[in-house]
Design a protein around this ligand. Structure first.
Ligand code: AMP
Length: 285
C-alpha cells in the first residue's frame, strides 16, 4: 500500500496511474476503521483498478470542539486493516495540507432545505464542513467513482446534490449499512460506549425495525411516537426520529406522499451520539 501525507506526490502518483488507464475509486473516511468502512473499500476494489482511501478527521464538520477532540484515532490499526483489505493508496494528510492557510474553500452550492432538517438542525454548520472537505478531497484525488455509506443518509444525499449542482465528473455509489450481530450500525463512535450503553444502543435498530413492520397499518406520526418510546425505554435519549422523503429529506405525513421513504434517527447513549436509518419504502422499479 502506498501511503501519502502530501498532496503533490499523491497527485503525481495518481496521474501516472490514470495515464496507464486506471479507473480510480475513492473512499473518504475519518479513520478508526471498522468493517463498514472496509465494505466500501471492497466494493471500490471490485469496481475499479485502483482504490484510494483517505483518513482525515475533518475539523470543519465538528460543531463541538470536545467532539472533535474525543473522536477516536487509531492510525496504526487503520493502516493494517486497509493493507489487509488490499487498498492500493492511503492518503493521510495533516489539516494544513487539506486547508492551506489563506485559502478560501467555502463551496458555493445552495443546499436548499436539505441541511435544515435532522443532522443539519442539530449540528449547525456540520454539512457546510462536510461539503467543503469532500469537494476539496475530490479535487485532490480526482476519482472516477466515490463510495459513501447509507449509514450517513443525509450526508450522501447532500453530496449527491453537490455533485449534481457543480456538475462534477464523478459517480457516487452508496453502500449498505453494516451492522453488529445485535443490529447496532457499525460506527467509529461505538468504541466510546460503556458496556451498559453498548447494550442499550441496540434499541435504535429495534425501533427502526418496528417502524418498518408497522408501515402497513400505522401513520408516520404513530410510528414515530412508538419508535421514540422504544428508544427512550431502553435508557437512550432520542434526539430525533423522522420519517422523510428519501430525496428531499422533508418529513412525510403519509407513505403515499413520496416514492422513497426513510426513517432517520439520532439518539444519545450516555455521552455518545449515534445515528442510524432504514429505508421503509423503495421506489417502484
Ligand atoms: P466516517 O469515517 O464515519 O466519516 O465514515 C466514512 C464512510 O464510511 C462514510 O461514507 C460512511 O457512511 C461509511 N460508513 C460508516 N459506517 C458505516 C457502516 N456501518 N456501514 C457502511 N458504511 C459505513
Amino acid at each position: 500500500m502506498h501511503i501519502f501525507k502530501l498532496v503533490e506526490p499523491l497527485q503525481q502518483f495518481l496521474e501516472e496511474q490514470r495515464k496507464a488507464g486506471d479507473r480510480i475509486g475513492f473512499v473518504p473516511t475519518m479513520g478508526a476503521l471498522h468493517e463498514g468502512h472496509l465494505s466500501l473499500i471492497r466494493q471500490s476494489r471490485a469496481e475499479n483498478d485502483l482504490t484510494v482511501c483517505s483518513i482525515f478527521v475533518n475539523p470543519t464538520q465538528f460543531n463541538e470542539v470536545s467532539d472533535l477532540e474525543k473522536y477516536p484515532r487509531t492510525p496504526e490499526r487503520d493502516v493494517e486493516k486497509l493493507a489487509g483489505a488490499g487498498t492500493e493508496v492511503l492518503f493521510m494528510p495533516e489539516v494544513e495540507e487539506v486547508y492551506p492557510p489563506g485559502g478560501d474553500l467555502k463551496v458555493d452550492v445552495d443546499l436548499g432545505r436539505l441541511d435544515e432538517v435532522m443532522e443539519g438542525a442539530f449540528r449547525p454548520g456540520h454539512f457546510e464542513g462536510v461539503v467543503m472537505v469532500v469537494r476539496r478531497l475530490l479535487e485532490i484525488v480526482g476519482p472516477d467513482r466515490l463510495y459513501m455509506g447509507q449509514k450517513d443518509y443525509q450526508q450522501f444525499t447532500i453530496i449527491r446534490h453537490m455533485i449534481r449542482s457543480l456538475d462534477l465528473p464523478v459517480e457516487l455509489l452508496v453502500c449498505p449499512i453494516l451492522r453488529e450481530p445485535d443490529g447496532l450500525a457499525m460506527s467509529s463512535r461505538n468504541e466510546r460506549l460503556s458496556a451498559d450503553d453498548r447494550r442499550r444502543a441496540a434499541a435504535i435498530y429495534r425501533a427502526l425495525r418496528q417502524a418498518r413492520e408497522q408501515m402497513e397499518d400505522h401513520t408516520p406520526a404513530q410510528i414515530r411516537r412508538q419508535a421514540i418510546q422504544v428508544i427512550e425505554q431502553a435508557g437512550l435519549q432520542s434526539e430525533y426520529f423522522e420519517i422523510v422523503d428519501g430525496e428531499t429529506l422533508q418529513p412525510v405525513d403519509h407513505f403515499g406522499q413520496a416514492e422513497k421513504v426513510v426513517a432517520c434517527t439520532a439518539a444519545w447513549a450516555g455521552q455518545v451520539r449515534l445515528i442510524d436509518n432504514m429505508i421503509l419504502k423503495e421506489p417502484k422499479k
